[in-house]
Structure formats: structure tokens, C-alpha cells
Design a protein around this ligand. Sequence first.
Ligand SMILES: C[S@@+](CC[C@H](N)C(=O)[O-])C[C@H]1O[C@@H](n2cnc3c(N)ncnc32)[C@H](O)[C@@H]1O
Length: 380
Amino acid sequence: MKIKVFTLFPEMLRPMLSESILGRAVSAGLISVDLIDIRDYTLDRHRRTDDYPFGGGAGMVMSAQPILDAFAANLPEGFRGRRVYLSPRGRRLDQRIVEELAKEDELALLCGHYEGVDQRALDAVIDEELSIGDYVLTGGELGALVVIDAVARLVPGVLGSEESPEDESFTTGLLEYPQYTRPAEFRGAKVPDVLLGGSHADIAAWRREQSLALTLERRPELLETAPLTDADRALLARLKRAREVEARLDAAGAGYERLEMRLADRWPKEWLNAFVPEENRKAARKQCVSGRRHVGFLWQAFTMGFIPQYEQGDAARNAWRESAPEKALLYLPEDGLLYRIAGGTGPDFGAFILADEGLTRTFVRASRPGEGPWFAKISK
Ligand SMILES: C[S@@+](CC[C@H](N)C(=O)[O-])C[C@H]1O[C@@H](n2cnc3c(N)ncnc32)[C@H](O)[C@@H]1O
């Protein structure tokens, strides 16, 4: 990739092009960046490159002559790359545009300064205006560096491994999941267990969930165009439901932590294993848990007689309240959501299951009419 930058201030760019990944890419010849000083081409005897704007107004405008002569002297006849003017009026740069630019063999980047550039120069030599964001810089040099940096990352060989760009924010259409490095515990803050567990499938599921959740929270508009699978869409529906649930938990002042969907999916099976006697387990799993998700209410396990021993009624509910563990697991069967909450029952969610963390004791509330009020206190 050959890049030519037309600027009045080449020294502003040089340091960035000699350090770190960009510096190595330049030294290795994977990209070449020529810095062309527009001032070298002015015909003005005072070496001026700008003048007052016709029609009045503040500031100066870069003259057409030095720019056009600099382009003519440095771009060969038949130059086929894209000629870009960095400008706040331009198409706003994003990863899709960066990918487009990376396909070019050559790029020419024009940096404006002062109030901008005489329109006739732009009309004569520029294919496209690009903006790096909705704010105004003093000059196009930072914009040119942004373009060069983002494009260079996509040139094969510039990054250590060609795999690296594929997982990034925007490349997948979503924001990237959180990253961690050693140590596994730092000043009391732990790396999520799943990343230490070594299961590639679990790690991939966790990362996807984190990406979807972050994108939903910060950049929901990206979800309209991101390539999503049916599983992603189902997960997003649960994440949206989780927001409603969490608003209610917030309103109730309950402390809580939502556990990953992967854990919520596994929980019904674990729960059944904890409380359903061995001889009933197979039938209970078949009736109450399908694949990785629950079907209907887990409390079917009671009504269908899979769990023979339980206490029922308000007395059982009061018994749980009085002896609720400090941290309990709250499972919402209809939403497939699992929370770690401060003990107690929190807001009334209709159907829910509360359990201590070791799954030795649980409390089930079923809310459907005619299905009985409270079922509680199952103990191992
Ligand atoms: C002060 S700005 C000129 C702004 C111009 N008068 C306008 O309102 O559109 C000077 C130069 O900085 C560069 N520049 C400023 N903001 C930019 C942005 N958001 N993206 C890319 N280049 C920008 C352009 O090259 C521009 O010519």
C-alpha cells in the first residue's frame, strides 16, 4: 500500500509513522508513506500558500495553485488510487470505509488547514471527502494519520497474525467483548472464570454474549445492520428482557448480579439434579428442561410429582424469608434469567425460584392462577 500525504506540516506526521506497529510496517516496506510539503510547490515569491476568502469571513483559505501543482508532480498519469480530502464535511469514516480504502493499492490524502481549501482544487483532484468525526480539528493531519493507521492494520503482515483484525469491534459488526490478561486476580478483581476454564465453546459463547450486551447498551443502532444468527437474536431478546427485570430490581433497591446466559441455561438441569431423586431425574429432565433451555415452569417438577418432599404454603414462604441466605440465586423461568441477589425475595416476579448458592435449599413461587400459591423449602 502506497500512501501520499499532501500537507503544509509534514513534521506533524513523521513521529507517528516511525513508532510501534506503524513504524515497523513502514520499515518492513509493507506500507510506504510519502509526505509531500505543499509549500514546496507554491509559485508565490513569499512562499505563501493561502489567501483571504472571497466574500469575506474569518480566517484564510488554502490556495488552489500549490495543491494542484503538488498533485501533478507527485501522482503519475493514470494514478488509480483514491484521492481523499480530510474534511468535517465528508462521509464519516467507519470500519466499512476503512476496509474499502484498504483494497486500494494507492491513496492520496490531502490535509486542509485554516478555513479549508479553495473549492476549485477539490473539484479538480479529489475523489472523496472523509471526516473522522463530527467535530472540527485545526488541520487534516490528525485525520490523515487516523486513516493511515486504520488502513495499515488491514494490510496483510502489518499485524503479528492475520487473524487479529477479524474479531475486533466493528469488523464483526458489533463492539468487542472485554479482554483480560495476567494476572488472573489483580487487587481483588478477578478475571471471569470462563476465560480460565479452557472450554473454547464456553469462551466463544461468553464473548458473543458480552459483545451483544455491550452493543445493545452502547451502540444499539449497530444491531440493525450486524450479521446476527437466530441464536444471537434469541439472546438479544433475553438481554432486553433482562433490562426490564433489572429496572424492577433497581426500583426495589435489591443488590444483584446477572449471571451469564450460559449459566442460566444450565441452571435448570443442575437444580433438577439437586432436588429430584435419581429415579425420577430422567423423566423430570425430559418434561421440564429441553436442550439448553427450560420449558414452561420448573415447578412442574412439583406438580408432576418428581419431587416428593416439600413444604407448601405461606408458612413455607415466611420460613424462607426469615432464614434467607445473604446471597441467593434468583431464577426466572419464564425469561431464562439467573441472578445472584442479596437474600430475600426482592420484587414479586410472578414465577421464580430462589436457591442458596450451594443448591441445598430452594424456594419456588408459581404464579399461574389455579396452580397454588407458594411451594417452598426443598432441602437436600
Ligand atoms: C478548521 S478546519 C476547516 C473547517 C471548515 N471551515 C468547515 O467548517 O468545514 C481545517 C482543516 O482541518 C481538517 N479537519 C477539521 N476537522 C476535520 C474532521 N472532523 N475530519 C477530517 N478533517 C478535519 C480539514 O482538512 C480542514 O480543512
